[in-house]
Structures are given as C-alpha cells and as structure tokens.
Design a protein around this ligand. Sequence first.
Ligand code: HEM
Length: 462
Amino acid sequence: MHLLPPILHKSLANLSNRYGPLFYFYIGSKPCLLVSSHELAKEALFDNSTCFLNRPKLANLDYLTYGSADMAMAPYTPLWKFMRKLSMTQLLGTRALDRLNPLRREEIKRFIKILQEKAEAGEAVDIGAELVRLTNNITLRMLLSRYEDEEADQLQKLIAEMNGIVTKVNLSDYFWFLKSFGLLGFRKRLKDVRDRFDILMDKFILEHKEARKKDDGRIKDVLDILIDISEDEDAEMKLTNDNIKGLISNYLTGGTDSFPLMICWGLAELINHPEVMKKAQNEIDSVVGRNRILEESDVENLPYLKAIVKETLRLHPGGPLVVRESTEDCTIGGYDIPGGTTLFVNVWALGKDPKQWENPLEFKPERFLSNEWRQGKQQLLDLRGHNFNLLPFGSGRRSCPGASLALAVVPAVLGIVIQCFDWKVDDKNGRVTMEEKPGIALLRAHPTVCRPDARLSPFPSV
Ligand code: HEM
C-alpha cells in the first residue's frame, strides 16, 4: 500500500514498468490484478468477458447507490441487464438523444453568449467552470427538467460532493480490521449526503407524478420514462424507487464531470499546439462556414476534429482505470486468477504504450487519419472497446452507456469553442499547464483560465 502515491493510474503505470504488464498484488486483504498491455486487456475484458462482469463492492459507493440498486455498482444480474437495456434504448440511445437535441442546443447557445460577453469585455474566463455549468444544465434538463432554480442548485452541489466522496478510497474496504471504525468520518458524511439527495429525489418524483396527470405536452425527461416503466405492470422487471434514484445518480455523476474535463483537456492541448488549432479551425470554416454555428450533426463531416477528440481521449482518458471484480476463477497471461480478484486495466497507460503508439506522448491527431485508421475496420470500432489500445469508455457488457452522448456533445462543444473564438493564456509562455491532480477521474490540477477573442465577424446570431 505504501507503494501507491496519490495519482493511482501513474503509480500503477510505474509498477508495471518495473514488474511487467501483469502484476498480482494485495491492497490490505484484497487480491488485485493490474493489467497494462493491450494483449492482456483483451484477455481480461474480451476472452474472459464473462468472468470480470462485477464491480468491487466499496462501502461508500454501495451506500450512495442504495445498496448497489443502481447500474454502475450493481452485480451482473437480470435486473442489471434490464437497467442496461433501458439505458441503451430509451434513456441514452440514439432516438432519446435526438429527441433531446433541441434542449442541448439551447444550453450551448446560452454558453456561447457568456463567452461572447467575456470576449467583448476583454476578460479572461475559467472555461472549466463555464463548461461545468453548461453540462450541469444540460444533464439536469435531460434528466429532471430542472433549470437553474434553487433545488437544481442544491442538487448540483450534492453531485459535486458525491463525486468528491466517490474519489476517496475508504481504507476499511481494503483492511477488514478497520471496518468498525467509521474511518475518515466517512459514515457521517455519507449519511448526510445521501439523506439530502433522498429528500430532493423524493420531491422530484412526486412532482413528476403530479405533472404527468396534467399532460401539459412538455418533452418527457428521463425521470418521466423511469416512472412510466416502474408503473408498467407488463414491464420485464419491476423498477423500485431505489433503482430510479440510483440510476439518476449514476447519470448525474457520470454526466456532469466527464464532459467538462474532456473538453478542457482538448482545449488545453489545442492552445499548446496552435498549428493543430489552426488546422481544425480551417476545417470547420470550410465545412460549416463562418455564418452559422457548428451543430452536432456537422461533426460527422469533420474528420480532423474527430481525430482531435480521439487523441485527447488517448492521452487524457476521463476514466484512467477500468475497475472490475472477477466472479469465478480464470487464467490470464498463463496465471491462475482466483474469483473475487479486483481487476485494474490501466487505460491511461495503454494509450501511452510506446510499443503500440509512435511518439506516444506527442499530441498528434494526424495519427488517426492514417490509412490504417481511415480504411481499416479500426475506424468503426476504435472508441467502443474493440481496440484494446484505446479504451476511454471501457469494453464489453459493462462499458460506458453514456459513450454516444459523450461522442455527440464533446466534439460539438469543443468545435464550437474553437470555431467562435481564438484563445490566449496570460502565462508568459502562452502555454496551459497539463498537470493532473489525484482522483479516480483524470482531473486537471489547475483551472483552465484563458481569454476568448471572437474570430467570426459579424458574430452569427445565437
Ligand atoms: C467523456 C465522457 C465519459 C467517459 C470518458 C466515461 C468513461 C467510463 C468508463 C471508462 C467506464 C467503465 C467501463 C468499463 O468498466 O468497461 C464508464 C462506466 C459508466 N459510465 Fe461513463 N464515461 C463518460 C460519460 C458518461 C455519461 C455521460 C454517463 C451517463 C449519462 C455515463 C455513465 C456511466 C455508467 C452508468 C457506467 C457504469 C456502467 C456499468 O457498470 O454497467 N458515463 N464510463
């Protein structure tokens, strides 16, 4: 345990560099397996896909998710399969995303206006904070039809607290003899956060049930659909209130931090690589023009922008470690691995493996426009967990259900941010720092504060 300094994926990468890509170790009393090569990642997540289908049970997450009644922490059971099917079809599937596109568009317009005002006033902006506000608004409207009111505000603060708690490891999960001590004041804090979340969610559920009686013609949000399913006598499985709250908390925690982070890492790389920024702006100008603002549907015709997003996810995967638990004994790399082992796949290290990537630390989106990526089957499969060098959304049955939403929103917003503005930082080198800070997500150590300068004149109406 003393070998594990604060940035876990980096420490684990160091261990792999020292001891090889397959490393079996203990954290406290828990057996763990660390995998850091694409061959072994494939062996664990694909060849042995039926073995690593659970998540390790962590007390803090278990409590926050109503005893793993959600999707992210639930064991692999028929109920999990049902929630997954719902997520991939009715809640986060293509049709649901298309239905909610106008709402995303509205929020993006509001976001551009804020940046425009900053540009006119010549002020710097903490772009990360503005992106958090944008994605919070989008997520809360899609899920609960709430918008910048007092309760939406409370919920956003609660989600930030939950994300904070989730990133802390409770030592009693790993050291059984500490279980009864309520370490780090966790229990009290956990109870307080979950109680407050519970009260708000009960209120939202009640309000939605009342509003549905009136049939006021508003677009159904995710909570409406979940309530419909929970009341449907013919539904394949019964969803309880705990399942509904667990799912909403998954979508809130999954959706709010990940987008701003990805877009910030991407923008920071572009500011530090002005030639890439210029090339992307030229592509957008020639495909979209300078008289209207880029839309999600344009992204399909912007291969260089898509390559920038892939390169960002390769170097800065939002979830740097895919963490699972084995349900049965299996063999990986010729070694017998017992059931109940926690698996860490170091996605961050896979994206930087010099045996797989030329000049792996260089930000070079062009690598994704090579013939291998353009023509080979790689192009279709590259981010969906079939290419084991690049697993930003994990792989297989437990891969990220929010990937389609992320791949609609992240390139569109990043594209808009560089289509509408040039960006400068006040640092004397004109560079943004790329330091990471500890956490289970790939957090930026410092806020990304920079100055927007409008590059479209006249500015298209928003
Ligand atoms: C750039 C954005 C995102 C990244 C990089 C990301 C990454 C990941 C990764 C690496 C996993 C683990 C996959 C595995 O075990 O194979 C995951 C799981 C998950 N993600 Fe995301 N995610 C993103 C956005 C979202 C969004 C927008 C949502 C919801 C609206 C979401 C909801 C979830 C859920 C519920 C799981 C657990 C799935 C399960 O265990 O069945 N994520 N995500």
